[in-house]
Design a protein around this ligand. Structure first.
Ligand code: FES
Length: 132
């Protein structure tokens, strides 16, 4: 199974085939900053590839458009800047930088109510709660 190391937390995530890095983080109970939960709308999930870029699948049209139209010129010209909610992985050597990535705590208030999340979105689950 593909793996990603996320800095500065130095946490390793397992990423399922077809799953984005942010989806993997949410599924495993981590905070990966977001406002749109994977809709390529908020770009809050942006991350920077630090190493192993060959393990990152190329950005698709949705991701490229979001970066092109919603990010600053400095960010959109950096080929190593990607959206965590769109970034898919094929190997075990990808290293990302994502400030704000950390284990979710029960008191975190940025965990949305599951009823407000668009269908098909993967969420981290809290103990005692079911996922979609
Ligand atoms: S989570 Fe909003 S653009 Fe990725």
């Amino acid at each position: 199974m593909p793996r990603v190391t996320v800095l500065p937390a130095e946490i390793e995530l397992e990423v399922r085939n077809g799953e984005s890095v942010a989806e993997a983080a949410w599924r495993q109970g981590y905070i990966w900053p977001t406002q749109c939960y994977g809709q390529a709308d908020c770009v809050t999930c942006f991350t920077k590839i630090v190493d192993g870029e060959l393990c990152a699948l190329p950005a698709g049209e949705v991701e490229r458009d979001a970066i092109r139209f919603k990010m600053s010129s400095r960010m959109r010209t950096d080929q190593l800047v990607r959206l965590g909610c769109q970034l898919k992985v094929t190997g075990e050597n990808l290293v990302l930088q994502k400030v704000g990535f950390r284990k979710a705590e029960p008191e975190d208030n940025n965990m949305v109510d599951e009823d407000q999340v668009p269908a098909g979105t993967h969420l981290a689950t809290e103990p005692g709660r079911s996922s979609r």
